[in-house]
Design a protein around this ligand. Structure first.
Ligand code: C2E
Ligand code: MG
Ligand code: MG
Length: 248
């Protein structure tokens, strides 16, 4: 609550790139708490707690405002992480409409990421809000796919068009071929469900080769840049791309 009242939240951006030619396709917004004593606190240390207290609703409003501003400034779609209490807060869709109108945003510049956890209970309330976003032309991505226990039959009926493969599956791409099966299975499932697949947590070029061989087209990770200022993130990917072109 103090992070909100004292204006201590900041948002950083990580590029999501086309694995084939290292072109930045979108950015993902990630919140940070600029704590006066503890320094930059990552969301893993406060989001779950803020979900319990309800403070996540105000945090999400601040993040969305910054994201809309940035998306209008850079003209690149931005992914924003949202959880169930934010979606089911009365007036959520109205606030999104207001944001889009105020910033003159094209709706395809906003992509909402929800974790698979949201679907486990098969609660219709947050899903109805996701449908509302979808009807407005905004996209929905399932984050950390394969770490929850949602039913595939249920998932295939949701208004989702992107699936993100968690870092733990991507890490396995550094082992022998026998370790590749989970990432490969998720990529194939995504293709079967006609979803865009994004690999998360890419740190090494060998992982890119394996992902491309399995048909995964998009990825993000420290290899392409740590989360930072949106313009800096896009510029760094552009430099990486120019470097790759010069070498080939
Ligand atoms: P996520 O959405 O799955 O985000 C990916 C996390 O992996 C981010 O951690 C990112 O900094 C980190 N990451 C990206 N590439 C690499 C890599 O190559 N190696 C390693 N080791 N890590 C990498 P972060 O920023 O600490 O965020 C953690 C989680 O907090 C996010 O997971 C998301 O679920 C949640 N979160 C972040 N921002 C928000 C927000 O504004 N609202 C809500 N509700 N949740 C948020
Ligand atoms: Mg995410
Ligand atoms: Mg993730």
């Amino acid at each position: 609550e103090r992070a909100v009242s004292e204006d201590e939240l900041t948002v950083v951006y990580q590029p999501i790139v086309a694995l084939e030619d290292c072109r930045a396709v979108t950015l993902e917004a990630l919140v940070r708490w600029k704590h006066p004593e503890r320094g930059l606190v990552p969301p893993g240390e406060f989001i779950a707690f803020a979900e319990e207290t309800g403070a996540v609703v105000q945090i999400g409003e601040i993040v969305l405002e910054r994201v809309a501003e940035q998306a209008a400034a850079v003209g690149v779609p931005i992914h924003v992480n949202v959880c169930a209490p934010e979606l089911t807060e009365p007036g959520f869709l109205g606030r999104v409409d207001d944001l889009v109108a105020r910033h003159g945003l094209s709706p395809d510049l906003l992509v909402f990421e929800v974790t698979e956890r949201l679907f486990v209970a098969e609660d219709p309330a947050p899903v109805a809000v996701l449908e509302g976003l979808n009807e407005r032309g905004m996209r929905v991505a399932v984050d950390d796919f394969g770490t929850g226990y949602s039913s595939l039959a249920y998932l295939s009926r949701l208004p989702v068009d992107t699936m993100k493969i968690p870092k733990q599956f991507i890490d396995e791409l550094m082992g022998g071929r026998e370790h590749h099966s989970l990432a490969r299975a998720v990529i194939e499932l995504g293709a079967a469900l006609d979803l865009t697949v994004v690999a998360e947590g890419i740190e090494h070029p060998d992982q890119i080769a394996a992902l491309r061989a399995f048909g995964c087209e998009l990825g993000q990770g420290y290899y392409y840049g740590l989360p930072t200022d949106a313009h800096v993130a896009l510029r760094r990917v552009e430099l990486l791309r120019e470097g790759a072109r010069t070498l080939s």
